[in-house]
Design a protein around this ligand. Sequence first.
Ligand code: GLN
Length: 303
Amino acid sequence: MDLQPVLDDIVATLEPQLGAGKVASYIPALASVSPRRLGIALRTREGAEYRAGDANTPFSIQSVSKLFTLTLAMRHLGDTLWERIGREPSGNPFNSLVQLESEQGVPRNPFINAGAIAVADRLVSCCDSARADILALLSSLSGETIVFDEEVAASEASSGFRNIALANFMKSFGKLDNDVAQVLDFYFHQCSVAMSCVQLARAAAYLCSDGRHPLTGEAVVTERQARRINALMLTCGTYDAAGEFAFRIGLPCKSGVGGGIVAVLPDTLSLCVWSPGLDETGNSLLGMKALELFVARTGLSVF
Ligand code: GLN
């Protein structure tokens, strides 16, 4: 199937809706991004790349970074990672505090903020520099130099009251080993990373090739770990909309409040869509529609 016309058509179909949704404003540095952007990029397992719309424009990857910190943590820690983090959908917003109290500071999964902060804590413990390691992983996977956006990181730090609360709450249950400030410094930096759809589609390619690096073929994670990451993306990657994503799209996805969504069809392709306007669950409104159109037009879905 020629995928280029499919991507071009998705962008053309959604063009009249550009600007729909609400750009995340609780992180001040994200509030100024134009909602009238839409990009889509795709990479097949064989390495063919396709792109349409604003596919080369870097954006704030935000929670899409949780995919890659989870990958690093699974590589370093194996199954011990799961002593402090669950693997169930939360059914709650990504930044919710409510379950943490009744579940003694153990977050439901690694993709809600509490879970990602718990992963960040483990990485701060086991890496010489967690910051350097995440940039090295993303740069290696995408084949380009990836950096933090220090303005976004500072903006998150100055407005991250909920994340500060979540981290302190977990610390009070004895579930964080490191200083809250140190863990959050890493967490805010991982969220601030700027990447384009093309770079993210390539960076996620190991998830559609049994854990193998898209450019070198080396193991990024084992085949079993890649399968597990995909399972977590499907069940938890889009927070309390994960059921709706599975129903409407049927691909493992990981979203972020910058408006990016990475999706994977195991053994076949990885793709990334970006449009900054969000729906009420914090997922990209047009990004979700673009994925829905993609699956409808190609029939490519895990179901
Ligand atoms: N940095 C954002 C936060 O901590 C990430 C949330 C998201 O992308 N869903 O709130």
